[in-house]
Design a protein around this ligand. Structure first.
Ligand SMILES: NC(=O)c1ccc[n+]([C@@H]2O[C@H](COP(=O)([O-])OP(=O)(O)OC[C@H]3O[C@@H](n4cnc5c(N)ncnc54)[C@H](OP(=O)(O)O)[C@@H]3O)[C@@H](O)[C@H]2O)c1
Length: 273
């Protein structure tokens, strides 16, 4: 596994984490494949996925329940679990309750990283960040961060948060690369880890990107998905959280850490528009 420093802290986190959207349902719970999905997460952890990303929103909380069942078989201190609070729970009391509920579902005493899932302009950011910081003091959260924050909002969060913002989780893949221009340089300057979500673009690439990636994949004896992940991982301060529920996908994504793209190929991918 390769590790990246988390924000400006002394913590190192695995650069390849496991995404969990659609595990256990989408917006609502689907209990029909629980056994299978717990097994997938167990297999993933055995394979080295010690960094798991989830959210209270996923499957109406059921994704966290599935993760809770899987992680119970492992040493909790070896795992790095991220969860996110939904924008309707950003008032102080709502946030404390949302965290309570997430911890119950995850069957753990703490989350390693807790993120504001999406900004909510109707609730003062200061109030939310104070509530999150309080939970760092209480030991139920180790580190705090945000998700889907643009440059201006991230700057604001950094300037008013009582505890450091160590992470911004945003959409970033070979085609959705808005984050690369201003947000990533800001994160690198401020010592904030950038987590790339949907790093495989949910397999919905355009034909033109596919063609370029397929050519490169042949050259590196790799898959197009591995090239996509290797490109993201080549960037300072970036970690990726591909979601996979097939064992061969989990293995293949993990192996992307071994692909070192040449400077020319990195430039070619950087310059794609
Ligand atoms: N903060 C936010 O607002 C936000 C938004 C979206 C996502 N996220 C997080 O980011 C995670 C990842 O993003 P995502 O789930 O949107 O999309 P993604 O990781 O880009 O793509 C997931 C899809 O790719 C497939 N896949 C995975 N590895 C593959 C491989 N090696 N070869 C071929 N197909 C492969 C998966 O199939 P199988 O499942 O069949 O293996 C799944 O259908 C989420 O699960 C979630 O944790 C956060």
């Amino acid at each position: 596994m390769i590790y990246r420093r988390l924000g400006d802290t002394n913590e190192e986190i695995p650069a390849i984490g496991l995404g969990t959207w659609e595990i256990g349902g989408r917006e609502t719970p689907d209990y029909s494949k629980d056994r299978e999905q717990i097994d997938v997460i167990v297999r993933a952890i055995e394979m080295g996925y010690s960094h798991i990303d989830t959210a209270e929103y996923y499957a109406g909380g059921h994704t966290e329940e599935i993760i809770g069942d899987a992680i119970g078989l492992f040493d909790r201190s070896e795992l790095f679990i991220t969860s996110k609070v939904w924008p309707s729970h950003l008032r102080r009391n709502e946030l404390h309750k949302a965290l309570d509920d997430s911890l119950k579902r995850l069957k753990t005493d703490y989350v390693d990283l807790y993120l504001i899932h999406w900004p909510n302009p109707d609730i003062p950011l200061q109030e939310t960040l104070e509530a999150m910081s309080q939970e760092v003091e209480s030991g139920r959260i180790r580190f705090i961060g945000v998700s889907n924050f643009d440059v201006d909002l991230l700057k604001k969060a950094v300037s008013i948060s009582p505890k450091p913002i160590v992470n911004n989780q945003v959409l970033f893949n070979i085609e959705d690369r808005q984050a690369m221009y201003e947000l990533l340089p800001l994160c690198q300057k401020e010592g904030i880890t950038l987590t790339a979500y949907s790093p495989l673009k949910r397999n919905l690439l355009s034909n033109s990107s596919k063609e370029i990636l397929e050519g490169m994949a042949k050259k590196y004896y790799a898959s197009t998905q591995q090239i996509m992940l290797a490109w993201l991982l080549s960037k300072d301060g970036v970690v990726v959280i591909p979601k996979a529920s097939k064992i061969d996908h989990l293995k293949s994504n993990m192996d992307s850490r071994n692909i070192a793209l040449s400077h020319e190929d990195l430039k070619l991918l950087d310059d794609l528009s």
